[in-house]
Design a protein around this ligand. Structure first.
Ligand code: UGA
Length: 363
C-alpha cells in the first residue's frame, strides 16, 4: 500500500547489477518505498541502514510464497528483474535457465493480475535471436528496416533450431513476454515490458577466475584477461556487434517508466544506445586502450587479441546474435528520454570500477 507521499514498488532481483542501480535511484528520488527481494545481498549491502524506505528480503523467490504474495498484493507496482541471464549457462544449465526465465515468472505474473498490481517485466534484446541478414545473406535488406534495426513492435523473433541450445534463454523470455501480454488482454493486467540492450556500468558481472568461475559477459571476460595479462579472446574473430548502454542512462528510463503508469501501459520499451554500436573486436581494442591509461601502463597495449571458436569457448550449441541494433523510438516518444553517455565514457566508468576494486594485477 502506498503512503500519502510514497508509492510502493517490489523489486524482484534487487541485488543484481540493474536492480541495485534502480533501487538506489528510486530511494534517491524520495518518492518510493522499495521492497527488494534477492538471494544475495552484495551490491545493496550498504542500503538498509541508510534508508528507512528500503525493506530487503534475503530470499529466493520460491522460499516464502506467502510473504511474496503479501508483498505483491500491497505493492503499487512490481518490477521483475530476477533471471539467469549469462550466455555460458544457456547450453550448460538449460533446465535452470528455462525454469528461472519462464516457470518462475508465471506465478508472479498471475499474482499481479489477480491482485490488480502493475507489472514492469524486464525481458531481453535476445528475444530477436539473429538478424534476417545472418539467416539470408543474399536477401535485400535496407539499413534501418525492422529486420536490421529491432523495432519494439514490428521485428520478428528469429531464433535458431533446437540443437542451438543458446536460444533456450531467448525462448523462455519470449514465452514470458507472451504470457504477460495475454494476462493483459484476457485478465486486465497492467503491464510494461522492457528489453535491455547490453547495459554496462559499475557493479557489473563478477570476474572469472578472480571472483567466481564460469564465463560472464564480454566486459568481465576482457577485464579478467587484462588483469591477468592474458590474451583477450575474440569468439569467431569478434565480428558480432553490440550497442552498449550505460546503466545510468538505463535507470533514468526505468524510473520514468515507473513514474508514468498510464502512458506506459501495454507498451514495450527498448533501452539501448544506437550510437554506441561496435563490433567485439573494436570493443577489445577500446578496452585495452582505456585499461592501459587507467593503469598508466603502456605495456598493456601489447597484450594480444586471440581468435577462438564459439564451440571451444562456450561448448556445442552456442550460436551468436550477430547484431542487436535497437530502435528506441518508443522510449524517446513516451518517456521523453534519450541516452547521453557515449561508448568511451560508458567504458571508462565501467572499467574504473573494476580498476578501483582490483588495484593490483592478478598474476
Ligand atoms: C547477453 C545476454 O544473453 C542477453 O540476454 C543480455 O540482454 C545481454 O547479454 C546484455 O548484456 O544485455 P550477449 O550480448 O551475447 O547477451 O552477451 P556477451 O556474453 O556479453 O557477448 C557479447 C559478444 O561478445 C558475443 O558475440 C560473444 O560471443 C562475444 N565474446 C564474449 C567474446 O568475443 N569474448 C569473450 O570473452 C566473451
Amino acid at each position: 500500500m502506498s503512503s500519502a507521499t510514497h508509492q510502493r514498488v517490489v523489486v524482484l532481483g534487487s541485488d543484481g547489477f540493474i536492480g541495485s542501480h534502480l533501487v538506489e535511484a528510486l530511494l534517491r528520488s524520495g518518492s518510493w518505498q522499495v521492497v527488494g527481494w534477492d538471494r544475495e545481498q552484495i551490491r545493496t549491502a550498504h542500503l538498509p541502514e541508510k534508508h528507512p524506505e528500503f525493506v530487503f528480503r534475503l530470499r529466493d523467490l520460491r522460499d516464502d510464497p506467502a510473504l511474496l504474495a503479501s508483498d505483491i498484493t500491497q505493492a503499487d507496482v512490481v518490477v521483475n528483474l530476477a533471471a539467469l541471464c549469462n550466455p555460458s549457462l544457456y547450453g550448460t544449465r538449460t533446465v535452470d535457465v528455462i525454469e528461472s526465465n519462464f516457470l518462475h515468472v508465471e506465478p508472479i505474473v498471475r499474482q499481479c493480475a489477480n491482485a490488480g498490481v502493475r507489472l514492469v517485466h524486464l525481458s531481453t534484446s535476445e528475444v530477436f535471436g539473429r538478424t534476417l541478414r545472418s539467416w539470408a545473406p543474399d536477401a535485400r535488406i535496407e539499413e534501418g528496416s525492422p529486420f536490421e534495426t529491432f523495432e519494439e513492435e514490428n521485428t520478428p523473433f528469429l531464433l535458431g533450431p533446437l540443437a542451438s541450445t543458446r536460444w533456450s534463454y531467448a525462448c523462455a523470455k519470449q514465452l514470458s513476454e507472451r504470457l504477460v501480454e495475454a494476462y493483459g488482454r484476457e485478465q486486465g493486467l497492467q503491464w510494461t515490458i522492457v528489453r535491455p540492450f547490453n547495459f554496462i556500468g559499475p557493479r557489473m558481472d563478477y570476474l572469472p577466475g578472480l571472483e567466481g568461475e564460469g564465463t560472464p559477459r564480454v566486459l568481465a571476460c576482457f577485464v579478467a584477461a587484462l588483469l591477468s595479462r592474458k590474451p583477450l579472446r575474440l569468439v569467431e574473430g569478434g565480428r558480432s556487434r553490440r550497442a552498449f548502454l550505460h546503466i545510468h542512462d538505463a535507470v533514468s528510463a526505468l524510473v520514468r517508466i515507473l513514474e508514468r503508469p498510464e502512458a506506459c501501459d501495454r507498451k514495450v520499451f527498448h533501452l539501448g544506445n544506437p550510437a554506441n554500436e561496435t563490433d567485439i573486436h573494436g570493443l577489445a581494442l577500446r578496452m585495452r586502450t582505456i585499461w592501459s591509461r587507467l593503469r598508466q601502463d603502456p605495456s598493456i597495449l601489447e597484450l594480444p587479441l586471440q581468435e577462438v571458436s564459439a564451440s571451444a569457448f562456450y561448448g556445442e550449441g552456442y550460436e551468436d546474435s550477430d547484431r542487436r541494433m535497437p530502435s528506441i523510438a518508443q522510449a524517446k516518444r513516451i518517456l521523453d528520454w534519450e541516452p547521453h553517455l557515449g561508448l568511451d565514457e560508458a567504458l571508462i566508468s565501467t572499467l574504473t570500477d573494476y580498476h578501483q576494486r582490483f588495484p593490483k594485477d592478478a598474476l
